[in-house]
Ligand binder design. Structure first.
Ligand code: NAP
Length: 289
């Protein structure tokens, strides 16, 4: 069994870290808000006082953090991981931060560290049950070292070299963001044309948006949007999509429109609700927790 450090115990990180603990690994955890580490400590994890302390001596170091800014802070900041990492260790980032951040952080780490980007598709239930889809960007030999650990979290797709996993995840979340906004706009038009919400959702459940309707119908019908994937993160992902598209000189007009809706949902106070609360914003409703 491996010696693993896991940093970032949010909605996704906590159940992922728990799976590694249950698989029998020797686990050290760190979280900015220390209370969130308590349930894992009760399960046998060691709690570190700083990112550097967590990473020192671990064979594998995993980060699962909110944003590029948070990741930079944890890796490159005071008492950051970069101070502890050295040759022979494997560093895996699983956050959704985009390829530029992954590559720029990798370039600032000491020589001899294997760096793997492995962001995930799937939400809290999949994280809890080890059914995430893991998009890996890595050199072949680096992936083979970390594969058994990633496979205890879900299914592994090796999509290219370093940065490719982070890039694939941005494409996945472009689709996620535009789909939920398309659902909101379909309901907005249908209701403006005097169609009822239930028959509209029944029709949309047979459309190209079927998986979104299946996943989010209960939220939309109840008006309650408890967070599974926070809206602030979906807005962040569409920001990363816009930045990546601008850098590549691609004009993504649908993604830009989805971003505008998500940003206005954030401004209206829905940032910490589920990302599907953007449907309420489009419908002119106030989403409830
Ligand atoms: P979350 O519940 O909001 O947790 C975010 C984590 O980042 C927490 O551990 C938080 O620490 C930490 N953090 C935030 N800002 C920080 C900073 N400045 N310095 C240090 N730590 C900081 O998010 P999540 O849902 O677990 O998502 C984590 C990542 O996975 C995100 O990139 C998200 O886009 C991606 N993702 C999420 C889902 C999903 O369904 N939830 C699915 C796939 C991918 P505190 O506890 O101290 O706030």
């Amino acid at each position: 069994m491996a010696k693993i450090a896991f940093l970032g115990l949010g909605q996704m990180g906590a159940p992922m870290a728990r799976r590694l603990l249950l698989a029998g690994h020797e686990l050290t955890v760190w979280n900015r808000t220390p209370d969130r580490a308590e349930p894992l400590a009760a399960g046998g994890a060691v709690v570190a006082g700083s990112p550097a302390e967590a990473g020192a001596g671990a064979e594998f170091v995993i980060t699962m953090l909110a944003t590029p800014e948070a990741l930079r802070e944890v890796v490159l900041g005071e008492n950051g991981l970069a101070k502890a990492l050295g040759p022979g260790q494997v560093y895996v980032d699983m956050s959704t931060v985009g390829p530029d951040t992954v590559r720029s952080i990798a370039a600032r780490l000491p020589e001899g560290i294997a760096v793997v980007d492995a962001p995930v598709r799937g939400s809290v239930p999949q994280a809890t049950e080890g059914r995430l889809e893991v998009f890996v960007g890595a050199r072949d030999e680096d992936l083979e070292r970390v594969r058994p650990i990633l496979e205890s979290l879900g299914s592994v797709s090796h999509v290219g070299g370093p940065g490719a996993g982070a890039a694939m995840k941005l494409v996945a979340n472009l689709v996620l963001g535009t789909s939920i906004v398309a659902l909101g706009e379909a309901l907005a038009l249908g209701e403006a044309l005097d169609l009822g919400r239930a028959p509209l959702l029944d029709m949309l459940a047979g459309s190209q948006l079927a998986p979104v309707v299946r996943a989010k119908r209960a939220n939309i019908e109840s008006g309650h949007y408890p967070p599974s994937f926070k809206l602030r993160h979906a807005a962040k992902d569409l920001r990363l999509v816009a930045e990546a598209a601008a850098a590549a000189d691609r004009d993504l007009e649908v993604a830009a429109a989805a971003r505008a809706w998500l940003d206005s949902a954030v401004e209206s106070g829905a940032a910490d609700l589920d990302f599907s609360a953007v449907v309420a914003t489009i419908l002119g409703e106030t989403p409830q927790p």
